[in-house]
Write a protein that binds this ligand. Structure first.
Ligand code: ZN
Length: 322
């Protein structure tokens, strides 16, 4: 340790030192199994410096922990943590006391998901390219937006010679069971079928995609990569945010009509992980034994148990941390 860095550390610790002098204590949050790079953000419930807080946000300092001030027990006491390549981590019932508390948040490893693409529409090579682009886009959004997920398997099947394919080239979800039975289906992942046109209630279009439930996404032949990310969001129990115009615009992955989807909030990542009906907890069963929470996918008001859907520790484009 050289003197220069000691001096810098001492100078930046002035406010903390003052807190101690005033008779408070300081509490620290550390992390097990963090990703080797990138900030960690937390949402904290408890009484901080005398004020009851719900989802008070903090970001790690360069040395990888967070000094959270003087935290004592309130009616609800917990920490939710987020980092790139780590699923949301929840520590419930934190025993905040009037003494110095040191809380360790354990991160699980990045969670691998499986997808099965089925190409019905021709030419195969064009649809294959479209499916791969969708795979890359979804993986990129999950990484950038700290969802803690990656695509472990993306299997593509050429169904362009299947004798049943033509029945499904104009598709509505009423045909989903028949599609799965006749073309193919794997129950341990999300299945994405590339057809020509999709109608989800307002007419057929090659630019439409749809989530039919039961691990089934169906995409039209000119659909964007980020629309596939949107439909996958439904599998994680995320709802449309387009009516929530104060806190969202077309840049959010879950806007229903957009050419610019890229962001997910921490409120959305929390739901994708903890909602009991998310594919994480059903199809993939990646959080066996861990707490689930039924937050309601569009709740703009925070509760003790769930951050608001628009909660952001980091800015999403023009929407700042909130
Ligand atoms: Zn949608």
């Amino acid at each position: 340790m050289d003197l220069h860095s000691n001096a810098a550390q001492y100078a930046s610790g002035t406010i903390l030192g003052l807190t101690v002098l005033l008779g408070g204590c300081h509490d620290r949050v550390s992390f097990n199994n963090p990703n080797s790079s990138g900030e960690i953000g937390i949402l904290l419930d408890g009484v901080v410096n005398g004020t009851t807080e719900n989802d008070k946000s903090y970001i790690t300092t360069a040395d990888g922990h967070i000094d959270v001030g003087d935290v004592t027990a309130g009616s609800h006491n917990e920490i939710i943590a987020f980092q790139t390549k780590r699923p949301a981590a929840l520590v419930e019932s934190v025993a905040w006391t009037t003494s110095d508390n040191s809380v360790t948040v354990p991160f699980a490893g990045e969670m691998g998901t499986k997808f099965y693409a089925w190409i019905l529409q021709t030419p195969y090579s064009d649809m294959y390219t479209r499916a791969i682009a969708a795979c890359i886009k979804l993986d990129q959004i999950w990484s950038n937006e700290r969802s803690g997920l990656y695509i472990r398997i993306f299997n593509v099947t050429d169904s362009t010679s299947d004798p049943d394919r033509s029945t499904f080239l104009d598709f509505t979800c009423s045909e989903a069971t028949s599609l799965r039975n006749n073309i193919g289906y794997n129950s341990d992942g999300i299945n994405i079928y590339y057809v020509d046109r999709v109608d989800f209630g307002s007419g057929f279009s090659t630019g439409n995609g749809v989530w039919c439930g039961n691990n089934t996404i169906v995409m039209g032949s000119t659909t964007s990569d980020h629309l596939a990310a949107h439909e996958a969001g439904h599998a994680f129990q995320l709802g449309h945010v387009n009516a929530l115009t104060t806190n969202f615009d077309r840049t959010n992955v879950m806007h229903n009509a957009s050419n610019t989807r890229e962001f997910l909030t921490e409120g959305q990542n929390f739901r994708a992980q903890l909602e009991p009906d998310s594919v994480i907890n059903t199809t993939y069963n990646l959080r066996s034994g861990l707490t689930t929470r039924d937050c309601g996918n569009l709740t703009e008001t925070a509760t003790d148990e769930c951050p608001a859907v628009q909660k952001r520790i980091w800015a999403d484009g023009t929407f700042p941390a909130n």
